[in-house]
Design a protein around this ligand. Structure first.
Ligand code: TRP
Length: 361
């Protein structure tokens, strides 16, 4: 029997920071290790999803490849025979299936997506949008929210359904989209007899991913907020491309509190807890072990020094690995996988085209 498919979309439109690494990239590499041989792993770059909100298009192609290299440097094994890496836009069936699914998707259904509502609200108040649009001389428009942002979950459903993926490990913010993929699969399966493999439901997905608490790395400057893009918060964000010395500096200047008592408590001492979390994840030790080692101590300076040392060797090591990646080999693997996946996707698309009457049955 064919192996069940685990599918992960790895966003790659911005430069990565430590929060992306510990919360997204590392868990993905661990998934691969855990499931190697038992499942097929589709790890693709949703490059068409990259500009649902405005970006610098001059950088997109390079950024996509740079980030793919980061996955490899982080330990993603591209030679693992059940792992396939590919770029969404290199497989036209994604766009074609999206259009067909669009016509079976309700306008109201999409309007209710929480992530859309959040992002749309942010865009309405964002200056960044204006700057990007001015730069590119797009004729002034007061409509800042693209149709692409609106129907992005439909493209995501196509990403999943084309490959018959059952397992789609995602963060909290993407769960509703996976639910929608089930919904639309079910709708078309009922209407046109069985076309799609149903992705597992939310409860099963969470069980499968087997993650305890989701990792949320905080800003080193505003530990009540998530670590975010460096343009918004340079001192609080460690970029993977930061010079190791700069990483050290950011840790040493991290905001803590005045309690002079080390405890792992995100509610009351988020700055300190954040440092303990970074330390545990970067050293690969269980959080509880790291906490036992540090709790009750009073010197934040000592804790910062330990975190700074770890960050320094992490950045040095990752950057060394990045520099050593064989670009040509990576491209060959990518293109070879794209060819294989194109066949899989086209076969699903043809089934759907036949069902809806675009091709002879
Ligand atoms: N929407 C996802 C994100 O923002 C990325 C993504 C696109 C994805 N298509 C997907 C994730 C399909 C899982 C499956 O992170």
């Amino acid at each position: 029997m064919a192996k069940e498919v685990i599918l992960t979309g790895l966003r790659a439109n911005a430069e990565f920071h430590l929060g992306n690494y510990l919360g997204g990239i590392l868990p993905m590499v661990q998934q691969q290790k855990k499931h190697a041989g038992k499942y097929q792993l589709n790890m693709f770059i949703p490059d068409l999803h990259s500009f649902t909100t405005p970006i610098d298009h001059g950088k997109l192609y390079e950024q996509t490849h740079q980030n793919l290299k980061v996955f490899v440097a982080a330990g993603l094994d591209i030679d693992q025979p059940d792992t396939f890496i590919y770029r969404q836009s290199y497989i036209p069936a994604h766009s074609e299936l999206t259009w067909i699914l669009d016509c079976f998707t309700g306008f109201g259904e999409m309007s209710r997506m929480t992530e859309f509502k959040d992002k749309a609200a942010k865009l309405r108040g964002s200056q960044m949008i204006e700057e990007v649009w001015k730069e590119e001389d797009v004729p002034g428009s007061s409509d800042r929210i693209s149709v692409g942002l609106f129907n992005y979950p439909v493209l995501m459903a196509a990403d999943i359904l084309l490959y018959g993926a059952k397992w789609v490990p995602v963060g909290e913010d993407q769960r509703q989209h996976v639910e929608f993929a089930r919904e639309i699969a079910n709708r078309l399966n009922n209407r046109f007899k069985d076309l799609f493999v149903m992705p597992a439901d939310n409860v099963e997905q969470i069980k499968f991913a087997g993650r305890e608490n989701p990792v949320r790395i905080r800003s080193l400057r505003n530990p009540n907020k998530k670590m975010s893009k460096s343009v918004e918060d340079p001192a609080g964000t460690i970029m993977l491309s930061d010079k190791p010395e700069d990483g050290v500096k950011k840790v040493m200047e991290a905001t803590t509190d005045s309690q002079a008592n080390i405890r792992f408590d995100f509610e009351k001492q988020p700055g300190v807890a954040n440092l303990l979390q970074i330390l545990a994840l970067l050293t690969g030790k269980p959080q509880s072990g790291v906490n036992t080692e540090w709790e009750g101590k009073t010197s934040y300076g000592e804790l910062k020094q330990a975190v700074a040392d770890t960050v320094k060797s992490f950045l040095t090591d990752l950057q060394t690995k990045l520099a050593a990646i064989d670009d040509q080999r990576l491209m060959q693997k990518l293109e070879a996988d794209e060819e294989v996946m194109r066949k899989v996707a086209d076969a699903t698309l043809l089934k759907v085209q036949k069902a809806v009457g675009l091709r002879p049955a």
